[in-house]
Ligand binder design. Structure first.
Ligand SMILES: [Zn+2]
Length: 790
């Protein structure tokens, strides 16, 4: 069919029964999203484009084109995709707002990309540039290492997504033609009896389906299905990491690299919808339950472990070491939006909304130019957003996602109109019964009231489906992973032109089916109780803790708002009243939560913890880490035994620590009096010397006065067999005398063992400083959880 813009789109036989209302038809004008989309357009897009230039990502294309010498290249063969993704985001932003200078710059970039494409359509700068020492991932010929790490098809997938976005935004075919030429090469190259390889990193599947939608070329859809069905077949590079351990239709649990996995589930939904073939549905339905029932953080983050950037075991959701990659959050929005389009159930949008307002939004700073790769749920100050990463996937993904956000607000299926997100906006929507203009007037997410004005061009019958969020009816998650500690008795209220509206509840939506007239008003009121959310008892990391949530927003405690800049030592009673206070000038305007709690502190010669009452303030999780390094915690202990009390005033805790591993954060670990569960406990803080090995290293305490000491204990960090640290070969203590380091005369031996304190006793010395010397193993580093002197 021919759209009003003159752009051709294929007429498809099968597709999602429900279709999103394109973001171009939804004009966001609220105080929450509109400023963030503006920051994306004004700061993030120009900044990341400039970073692509500075880091050599654009030069990679010029090298492949033979326009500049191949004296160097960037770090990863998938670096091409950063440019594609940023062009995609820039295209979305052009569609929302004209910017001739940006459009012209994109034209320049696209001509550079075209110049790097080989005559037969192959586009992969790391091979085409013929570097004297090629990157080890790319293999000696095309596709050789595709199932492993070459990322040739991954690059293709992002190219297609970008090309389709650029075409739809500008009507120009420059990038689209590059993509089609490349996709035609794939069609020629891959298939039964031809090259039989699946992508080592999925995304080409959704890229191909997007290209199919625009061109109508069925071969693209067939190829996407071919790639999916090849996974798990004998004789391939099969592994859980890339979801190729078994056939995709036999997969029922989320495993492996979380971004790869979630892109694959998205691709399976697309292919299922477009082919009308239901064989993938039972697999992705089961996997969805596995994720939402057992593997998703309350922030919506997925992929708990940094070991393979992967899904962990069921209920294994550590907070400080949470990986929860920004890309995985974005991919999870894509997947859940597709699940909704397939099934029309609001539970998918509940998950999508949780991700969107929390674990996805945390990926970018309020300033728009700093980014998180992992999004942890607790921190001792070691986590800060970075201006760039050499692997920049999360940055370019955030850049492309934000301007597309208005596309998740509405969806339609014939004369059924779905209102999925509550965002102050005006929209023009075309239903079969006629054109509808619809306005949302709301201060969401800080307020639960929404004045909705429906303006059909002429009076028309259709069904408005208003999503009733799970959080508003005491169901914070679709399964039993998270539950409200106290159920609210308040109910959702919906008025139509001032009177109680008649509606049916269908699949989580309040459905008002009637003849609508110009100016009809729906007043929605969602109860905004502050909830204390409790995790399923199988989640050991959240034991005896609650998380605060109000509306869709998950909260955390952060140093700047709390006494002594400390957070980890705070305990709040489960029954403590909590009040909401809006602070206009804080963090670009946020609702804060305030309550009474206690801080905890250790004391000398007693195991009893000293508790003292204090005010406690929580801020939205997405807004943390915008005020410098700080402690942060989402899951607040209600049992003092779970808090990390401030250290007692021991010789060690009053000392100034220093080390040959010179990091202030790591130095704090030595005398923080947090005992690890075992030597490999990465959720406790520790000091390490990785990647050094076979060297002599040290830590040192300078006392605050002279003490007589005769005993010392040390707890080693050892993350074997996978990590790089082991218990040391040997260790030795020195004390300071007249400016010299003198070995102590030990009367017990220097013990070396894992998972316990190693003790040494020595002849008493009066001194102002002690040094612990450590001999690293020949092949490994070593580390220290805690060092005590007495
Ligand atoms: Zn990423």
């Amino acid at each position: 069919m021919l759209c009003s813009s003159g752009i051709t789109k294929a007429q498809l036989k099968n597709d999602y029964p429900i279709q999103p209302v394109p973001f171009t038809q939804v004009h966001v004008m609220d105080n929450f999203w509109a400023p963030k989309i503006d920051v994306n357009a004004g700061i993030t897009i120009p900044y990341t484009l400039e970073q692509c230039r500075k880091t050599g990502r654009i030069d990679n294309f010029l090298r492949a084109a033979g326009k500049i010498p191949v004296d160097t290249m960037t770090a990863y063969p998938f670096d091409d995709t950063d440019l594609y993704k940023i062009i995609e985001g820039a295209s979305y932003s052009l569609q929302a707002k004209k910017n001739p200078a940006l459009e012209k710059y994109l034209d320049t970039l696209i001509s550079i990309i075209a110049s790097a494409q080989e005559p037969d359509g192959y586009l992969y700068t790391f091979r085409t540039m013929k570097a004297p020492r090629p990157h080890e991932w790319i293999g000696s010929k095309r596709w050789e290492k595709e199932e492993d790490l070459s990322h040739e098809l991954y690059n293709a997938g992002h190219l297609y997504e970008s090309a389709v976005a650029h075409y739809l935004a500008t009507g120009k075919k420059s990038l689209l033609n590059i993509a089609i030429k490349n996709a035609d090469l794939l069609v020629k190259t891959f298939g039964p009896g031809k090259e039989e390889k699946f992508p080592g990193h999925e995304i080409v599947e959704t890229g191909l389906t997007k290209l199919y939608r625009v061109t109508g070329k069925k071969e693209y859809l067939n190829l996407a299905k071919f790639f999916l069905d090849l996974r798990g077949k004998a004789g391939h590079f099969n592994q859980e990491y890339s979801q190729s351990h078994i056939k995709v239709t036999d997969q029922h649990e989320a495993v492996g690299h979380a971004v790869r996995a979630t892109y694959m589930y998205t691709g399976m939904a697309d292919v299922a919808a477009l082919t009308g073939d239901k064989q993938y549905l039972s697999a992705i339905d089961d996997i969805w339950h596995d994720v939402v029932d057992k593997k998703i953080y309350i922030t919506g983050g997925i992929g708990a472990t940094n070991n393979g950037e992967a899904f962990g075991a069921a209920y294994d959701l550590p907070n400080m070491s949470a990986y929860a990659e920004t890309c995985a959050a974005i991919a999870n929005v894509y997947w859940n939006s597709r699940m909704f389009l397939l099934h029309g159930d609001s539970k998918y949008i509940d998950v999508l909304e949780r991700i969107l307002y929390n674990g996805l939004l945390s990926g970018v700073s309020l300033s728009g130019d700093h980014f998180f790769y992992p999004n942890p749920l607790a921190s001792l100050g070691q986590h800060q957003r970075s201006a760039w990463f050499s692997c920049a996937c999360c940055i370019s993904n955030m850049t492309r996602f934000l301007p597309s956000m208005p596309g998740y607000v509405y969806a339609q299926n014939k004369n059924d109109l779905y209102m999925n997100l509550f965002v102050g906006s005006t929209s023009a929507i075309k239903l079969p019964v006629g054109k509808i203009s619809i306005t949302q007037n709301t201060n969401y997410p800080w307020s639960g009231t929404n004045e909705i004005t429906v303006n059909p061009e002429k009076k028309a019958q259709f069904a408005l489906h208003i999503r009733i969020p799970g959080w508003a009816i005491n169901e914070p998650s679709p399964g039993d992973l998270y539950e409200d500690e106290v159920k609210s008795s308040k109910t959702v209220s919906i008025l139509l032109n001032g009177k109680t509206a008649k509606y049916e509840t269908i699949k989580g939506y309040a459905v008002i089916n009637r003849v609508w007239n110009k100016g009809d008003k729906v007043s929605l009121s969602l109860p905004m109780d502050i909830k204390k959310v409790i995790a399923n008892e199988n989640v050991s990391a959240d034991k005896s803790r609650f998380a605060l949530q109000m509306g869709p927003i998950v909260y955390c405690l952060e140093s700047p708002d709390n006494k002594d800049s400390a957070v980890m030592n705070i305990v709040v009673d489960k029954n403590a009243p909590v009040s909401a206070v809006y602070k206009e000038n804080m963090l670009n305007g946020v609702m804060t939560l305030e309550m009474k709690g206690s801080s905890t502190k250790r004391q000398i010669n007693s195991d009893e913890i000293i508790k003292s009452e204090q005010e406690v303030t929580a801020i939205p999780y997405y807004s943390w880490a915008n005020r410098g390094p700080s402690e942060m915690e989402v899951w607040i202990p209600y049992d003092a035994a779970m808090a990390k009390p401030k250290p007692a005033p021991t010789i060690a805790s009053k000392s100034k620590a220093s080390s040959s591993a010179n990091s202030p954060r790591m130095l704090r670990a030595l005398n923080d009096q947090y005992d690890p569960q075992d030597s490999k406990d990465a959720s406790a803080s520790y000091l390490h010397w990785w990647p050094k090995k076979n060297t002599t290293e040290w830590v040192q305490y300078d006392f605050d006065s002279t003490y007589i000491v005769s005993e010392s204990k040390v707890y080693w960090f050892d993350d074997g067999p996978w990590g790089g640290c082991r218990i040391p070969l040997s260790w030795k203590l020195y004390y300071k005398k007249d400016g010299e380091w003198i070995p102590v005369k030990n009367i017990s031996s220097y013990e070396i063992a894992k998972d316990k304190y190693n003790e040494v006793k020595f002849e008493p010395v009066a001194t102002t400083a002690m040094k612990l010397e450590v001999q690293l193993p020949v092949e490994y580093a070593a580390g220290v959880h805690e060092w005590i002197v007495k």
